[in-house]
Write a protein that binds this ligand. Structure first.
Ligand code: 5GP
Length: 180
């Protein structure tokens, strides 16, 4: 299998473009069905999810809105640790049907910390769509309603996901090749 290099590391093809596109279509089809008489608001989490979000949204045929946010985390003043703030979320979420769009759920920490903030704004419902999920890495309880692919606990790049800034423009998803 052809290897590619991103920075100093080698990666091999893990998910082909066709497989990804097929799966994205499938998820969109399920969402179209599940939200038939609703008008969901997709909230895509930048940067990694931009490509998945765009392809997914293209296949949404019901009335729907989309908004993009960036999460910033910093250490709070108290020992309780991380505080997550959302940048770019200016819409009124009360009574809305929210679908969070993520590239990958790894430990689940990001969403686990962020979801209570959204719940606080009293949406009618809140679901998560993630293209990738590493079940073996999950450390925080999280229900992911729409999962594209369950993958092993190995670093991946491509299709929006980066390695130190590079690799987001790859059409396929590549997995790190272990050194040695
Ligand atoms: P979590 O909070 O679930 O541990 O991590 C979620 C974030 O970590 C993802 O949105 C992504 O930015 C990053 N991440 C986790 N695993 C990978 C991976 O294998 N490759 C890349 N490029 N990013 C990852």
């Amino acid at each position: 299998m052809p290897l590619i290099k991103v920075h100093d590391k080698s990666f091999e093809t893990y998910l082909a473009e066709e497989a990804i596109q097929q799966k994205v279509k499938e998820i969109a089809g399920n969402i179209n069905k599940d939200y038939k008489d609703k008008k969901p608001l997709f909230i895509a989490i930048l940067n990694g999810s931009f490509m998945f979000a765009a392809d997914l949204f293209r296949h949404i045929t019901i009335d729907a809105e989309i908004s993009f946010i960036k999460l910033a985390s910093y250490k709070g003043m108290k020992s309780s640790g991380q505080v997550i703030t959302a940048i770019g979320l200016e819409m009124d979420l009360i009574g809305r049907d929210l679908i969070i769009v993520e590239d990958i759920v790894d430990t689940g920490k990001t969403l686990h910390n962020f979801l209570p903030k959204l719940q606080h704004q009293q949406p009618a419902s809140l679901k998560i769509a993630s293209l990738l999920h590493k079940p073996d890495a999950l450390k925080h309880p999280l229900i992911i309603d729409y999962i594209g692919f369950n993958i092993p606990d190995k670093f991946v790049v491509g299709y929006g996901l980066d390695y130190d800034g590079l690799g987001r423009n790859l059409k396929e998803i590549y997995q790190l090749v272990d050194a040695g």
